[in-house]
Design a protein around this ligand. Structure first.
Ligand code: GLU
Length: 468
């Protein structure tokens, strides 16, 4: 069997965490089975769909590395095809024009409410063949009235609905535009989708879609409905819980593989394993192992994973992302050390790329101000002799390597009768502006000789000026 899955977002906002997880599961399913992953943009809601949102979705998919094999297909380009299938359903009696007026429908609903019945269309136009002057009809699907419609859900097992619970769905509005459930059916059919993996907010649409597909004489695809994502307070994940858009995670300094790893574990597991490379995800992914209940979003775990990936990924790969973050701080990464070396020096103490970029700024650009507390503690008259001695020794270092720099630091401490820390901390504040940086020999090596000497001079001037 060929496996063809799709991700079918409505472009009305960003690519959010829930959508990205659905996309990831569909993508994994296709990749695992050597199948095809299709991107379809469901943009028929002309008022809410925007080009910006389409771009945001494409950008998010690209950043996450969820490459699609076909598409993007836009529903707005397919209206002729929807019309064609609509005509077929009308001709074959599976659909009919409904001339009910708004008043008539309101009255029907009011009566049902009064009798405490579920509001539903009663099918009164099923047999009405005469158009009504002045009324533009909608088109309704003639839903079977008896029996049940059931499917074996990839995630949740068997799900069944009684046809008597379903009314005759509007598949085209009075202006002729097709509605959501109809376009999805035609697309899934034409795109030969074999497995529909989507959020469980669509469970109620599935029996309707299956009935339409059956009316068209085709076998429905397999469906898998993924439970929703909740915030820590048990409410559906929303902006209130922090970042929900994928690109916001990029902006906040997450690596795409950390987010993917986090998303794959959100509602899916493979034994106790927490860390999954993309290849492992593909190898182990199994839709049957997706949890039936909602998953809770845990930002601390995502942060932990991000730190894991910063620590263990190829530094050259991390540097690729760090350059982008340096750029956002207006730093040209060619005006300082190779970001690959910076990653190695900083990754232990930085949990995000934003932290890493901020903590590495001083390698590339002079800082404006010292951290006030660090300056108060270490840039004092008492530090001047050590700083002057360091200035002298560092000025004559021939090979600006970690080992020789370490030797200078130790020798200066001995010469001054000071512990290494008493020499290193003033130097650190002088060169980095704060009392936190990678080990001093590493810091100096990355900073380079000229910058180091200039910064010591600047610190000495600062101390001098403070005296006045
Ligand atoms: N466009 C729908 C949505 O964004 C998804 C439809 C589907 O997956 O069938 O919720």
């Amino acid at each position: 069997m060929t496996h063809r899955t799709r991700f079918a977002p409505s472009p009305t906002g960003h690519l959010h965490i829930g959508g990205a997880r659905t996309a990831l599961f569909s993508w994994l399913y296709a990749r695992k089975h050597g199948g095809t992953f299709i991107l379809r943009i469901e943009d028929t809601d002309l008022e809410r769909s925007t080009v910006e949102s389409v771009n945001a979705i494409l950008e998010g998919m690209t950043w996450l590395g969820l490459e699609y094999d076909e598409g993007p297909f836009y529903q707005t380009h397919r209206f002729d095809r929807y019309r064609e299938v609509m005509e077929q359903l009308l001709k074959e009696g599976h659909a009919y024009r409904c001339y009910c007026t708004k008043e008539e429908l309101d009255e029907l609903r009011a009566g049902q409410m009064e009798r405490k019945e579920k509001p539903r269309y009663d099918g009164r136009c099923r047999h009405r063949s005469e158009p009504r002057p002045g009324v533009l009809p909608v088109i309704r699907f003639r839903n079977p009235t008896e029996g049940e419609v059931a499917w074996d859900d990839l995630v949740r097992g068997r799900i069944a609905f009684q046809n008597s619970e379903l009314d005759d769905l509007i598949i085209a509005r009075s202006d002729g535009t097709p509605t959501y459930n109809f376009t999805v059916v035609v697309d899934d059919l034409d795109m030969k989708i074999s497995h529909v993996i989507r959020g469980d907010d669509h469970v109620n649409n599935t029996p309707r879609q299956i009935n339409i597909l059956k009316a068209l004489g085709v076998e429905p695809p397999r469906y898998g409905h993924v439970p929703m994502i909740l915030g820590a307070d048990g409410a559906r994940l929303s902006k209130r819980h922090g970042a929900v858009s994928v690109m916001q995670y990029r902006d906040e300094g997450y690596l795409p593989e950390a987010l993917l790893n986090y998303l794959v574990r959100l509602g899916w597991s493979h034994g106790d394993q927490e860390i999954f490379s993309v290849d492992e995800m593909i190898e182990y992914f199994d839709a049957n192992a997706i949890n039936h209940s909602a998953a809770t979003f845990n930002p601390d775990k995502l942060l932990w994973l991000n730190h894991h990936y910063l620590m263990h990924s190829d530094p050259a790969h991390v540097a690729h992302h760090l350059r982008w973050h340096l750029g956002r701080l207006d730093i040209d990464p060619t005006e300082g050390p190779d970001p690959v070396d910076v990653v190695v020096a900083q990754r232990e103490r930085c949990k995000t790329l934003v932290e890493m970029a901020q903590a590495s700024r001083f390698f590339y650009r002079d800082f404006d101000d010292y951290d006030p507390k660090s300056a108060q503690k270490y840039l004092t008259a008492a530090s001047v002799p050590a700083l002057e001695a360091l200035r002298r020794h560092l000025a004559v270092v021939q090979s600006w390597e970690k080992e020789s720099l370490h030797t200078v630091l130790v020798a200066t401490g001995e010469e001054m009768g000071l512990k290494l820390g008493a020499v290193a901390q003033p130097l650190r504040v002088a060169v980095a502006g704060t009392a936190v940086s990678p080990p001093m020999d590493v810091t100096l090596h990355l900073l380079g000789q000229l910058r180091t000497l200039n910064r010591i001079d600047r610190a000495l001037q600062y101390i001098e000026a403070k005296k006045d």
